[in-house]
Design a protein around this ligand. Sequence first.
Ligand SMILES: Cc1ncc(COP(=O)(O)O)c(C=O)c1O
Length: 409
Amino acid sequence: MTDSFLSRRQFLQGTAVTSAALWTPNSATARTANNLTNETEIGVSKWDLDTPVLCVDLDNFEQNVKTMQDTVTSNGIDCRPHAKTHKCPTIARLQIANGALGICTAKVSESEIMFEHGVEQILQTTANVTPTKIKRAMNLRRQCSSFVQATYTEQNARMLSEAAAALGIVADVVVDIDPGGHRTGITAGQPALALAQLVDSLPNLNFQGILCYDGGAQHVSGFEARRTRAIEGMSQAAETYAVMTRAGLNMKIFSGGGTGTYNMDHETPGFTDVQSGSYIFMDTSYRSIGSRDNNEIYTDFAPSLTIVTTVLTSQYEGRATTDAGAKSCTINRPWPSVVGETGMSYTSGSDEFGTIRYENPSRTYQTGETLELVVSHCDPVVNLYDRIYATRNDQVEAIWPIAARGKNQ
Ligand SMILES: Cc1ncc(COP(=O)(O)O)c(C=O)c1O
């Protein structure tokens, strides 16, 4: 597996480019941009890094990428991983280098950052609805010919076409279909067909197909229950896909699905690519949904993303306090879990402090000791950090700037 990944030199080159773009010194005496990525940390043990620190275990991460890619390939579809999970152009490039069609993004700012850092195959799954965002998206499309964006209302489609016309371009668009959860998307069937035909007819838009993301299916516990829900949740979009095909529309894209349904989505007729995000890292939220062969734990993908934290207080009975609270772990549930230990729980509800409570602990911690946590929900955790330390056998092999961190517009 390692051979097919970018070499360490390539990782480091990527690091240097992105860090320079991340931070601009404002005086001659300021730190140089290179200091943001401290290359003296390459080769050191992750246990010697200052904490709290976000780490990715490369062996697990690479295996996760391979499992996803091998599975979708053997099922006759593609993957187009969601970059909202990692916000890291280095990871996006790795995913593409290992067979992904391209990436998805959630926000126009994320799309811009990915493009600035050399990622060109971008499908933005959230529609841009305001004139400001539409203008940004069209500016991006002018430079990035493979940028595709979503729409789900007639008014929005017309705004997109006008904005594209103002820049003298024809923009690629997919219609987002609501699987029934009413978060985003147009109703399947006739409303979706009418919108697709409108997009197809507008002079400055190029209709490319459909999206349908059923978030409610992803975390259903138990493989068969999840599979039933996934197929049912996508059935109306599949029928709409068939109707659009019969109407002669260009159905190049039928994208959706995620980490929970990646090995079921190919059963939806016409489906082209899985937008899974969390599979590269995993988290405590996904760990409990169960796999085909294991009802309790989702074993398809290994947890790779961890936070190393230091114990600050250990003198009180039954508990210890760490330096990783809500600002390092979020307050998402389920809470983080302590790697390799049992009989203790971890909470990160307090801004600056994490709390370990001992019930029947496999060990206890002293002040100054470090421990490692599997993250709660990976996407918002990543958004709290400037960089990810990529480690192998606990040694830092690369430092990946999270260049789109905080890019939430
Ligand atoms: C539109 C869309 N596609 C894909 C995903 C990826 O999901 P997951 O991280 O469960 O793989 C999400 C996550 O919320 C999403 O909103």
